[in-house]
Design a protein around this ligand. Structure first.
Ligand SMILES: Cc1cc2nc3c(=O)[nH]c(=O)nc-3n(C[C@H](O)[C@H](O)[C@H](O)COP(=O)(O)O)c2cc1C
Length: 406
């Protein structure tokens, strides 16, 4: 019948048109489409946080994510001797085993931090161990370092390394049953010496009993001295960073800053998840044990950043993270002293378009304030405007004071 034929063709055309539009918005990483459709539907379809994490890793492994190229003169930056196409990287904990390199760089992250990786394979804590606090735009996790171990992670990274378009960090952890935590970190440095662009000593995860104790002065001194010795013995000089918790006393922060300055640690990562629970939390999961990340961690992460920048006198580059979900928040951290920033939780809620949006917004803030590049904005709220041209070294408080006295 002519009518039904026509109707069928029309139906096919409409469905095809919608399919094409859907595919187009999905592949091009349309921000609104992801926020309003893709991410909420994905959350409904895969209600378990850990399964959603695994699905995203699989998509990244095959490169089935929207492509965005970060290439912008104003956002390019150089920190601890490494070049970054923008300050925005993906935090540790997403690509725990080095499976997702292809997708992570394809989405436009300037750097990726793999891990935490432990020397021996270990399963981590019993499931469930990842909880979405949707109303709070937060996550509580108690993964407890599930890891394929150094050898498998090394193989994975070797396979994916050809896709990397920016620095690749290796975040080192210790086995839960380790008899010698210091040796675990030393082994990590040696295991990834041929692949890492920077190393992270992670003693700030709340989910491995006894790990955070290594942030205390004597333990930290012993640990960092041994790890830096192993690093210094390598053929290449690979920057070594320390990742700290937000749940530190004033004395802890002071002693960490002092140790980092004394030992010439190349950078600090501020900060890991928090064991605190702000009263504003609404989700039914708010009392789950583990580390809280995302929006409710923003204030404590900012306070820790400010303190560490002040205590290290702006001499040690800082990667800031904890609740960053917009260009505005990223810019606040940079002005408070961060040279680079990372995201994790906001990425799980907003998806790949977050990368372009943060970069675009950051660029707009730099332009608004007449700043030529990221280096000029670092610590400006604490130190005042700093002339660029300092390379990868931050202007110190003393230099700033001297400059303003001229
Ligand atoms: C599910 C999950 C797993 C994580 N695993 C690790 C890890 O293995 N090592 C690590 O150093 N940090 C880990 N983190 C902490 C993040 O790297 C980051 O410090 C923290 O989530 C704060 O940033 P955000 O608010 O942007 O998520 C993890 C975070 C989450 C949410």
């Amino acid at each position: 019948m002519p009518f039904s034929k026509k109707a069928r063709s029309l139906l096919i055309a409409v469905a095809g048109g919608h399919g094409a539009l859907f595919g187009y918005l999905l592949c091009t990483g349309n921000d609104k489409f992801y926020q309003d459709v893709v991410m909420p539907v994905a959350r409904l379809a895969i209600s378990d946080g850990e399964k959603a994490h695994s699905a995203m890793i699989t998509l990244c492994k095959w490169g089935l994510v929207p492509k965005y190229q970060c290439a912008n003169d104003r956002l390019q930056t150089r920190v601890f001797g490494l070049d970054f196409c923008s300050p925005l990287g993906l935090a540790a904990g997403f690509d725990k085993h080095g499976d997702a390199i292809k997708g992570v760089y394809r989405m436009g992250f300037s750097h990726s931090e793999i891990g935490s990786v432990t020397p021996q394979p270990q399963p981590g804590n019993p499931k469930p161990r990842v909880f979405r606090l949707v109303e709070d735009q937060a996550i509580i996790n108690r993964y407890g370092f599930p890891s394929v171990g150094h050898a498998r992670a090394h193989e994975n990274i070797q396979k994916g390394i050809r896709y990397k378009t920016g620095p690749l960090g290796i975040n080192l952890g210790a086995n839960k049953t380790s008899a010698n935590v210091v040796q675990d970190f030393v082994d990590g440095v040696n295991a990834f010496a041929d692949l890492a662009d920077y190393f992270v000593v992670n003693v700030s995860s709340p989910n491995t009993p006894g790990l955070r104790v290594h942030q205390k002065r004597e333990k930290l001194l012993e640990l960092l001295t041994a790890v830096l010795k192993a690093r210094d013995a390598l053929q290449r000089k690979i920057p070594l960073l320390l990742k700290i918790a937000p749940d530190l006393t004033k004395e802890d922060k002071e002693s960490i800053a002092q140790t980092a300055l004394e030992l010439n640690v190349d950078g600090l990562i501020v900060c890991n998840t928090t064991i605190s629970r702000p009263e504003t939390l609404k989700s039914i999961h708010k009392n789950e044990a583990g580390g809280l990340s995302g929006d409710p961690e923003k204030d404590v992460a900012m306070e820790t950043l400010r303190d560490m920048f002040e205590l290290t006198k702006g001499r040690i580059p800082i990667i800031a993270l904890g609740g960053i979900s917009s260009g505005e928040e990223a810019y606040r951290r940079i002005r408070a002293g961060a040279s680079l920033i990372q995201v994790y939780t906001a990425f799980t809620y907003q998806g790949p378009p977050l990368v372009k949006r943060i970069n675009d917004e950051l660029e707009a803030f730099l332009k608004r304030d007449g700043l030529r590049n990221i280096a000029d904005a670092v610590g400006i709220d604490r130190l005042g405007p700093s002339p660029s041209g300092y390379g990868d070294r931050l202007i110190t408080l003393e230099e700033q004071i001297a400059a303003s006295n001229v």
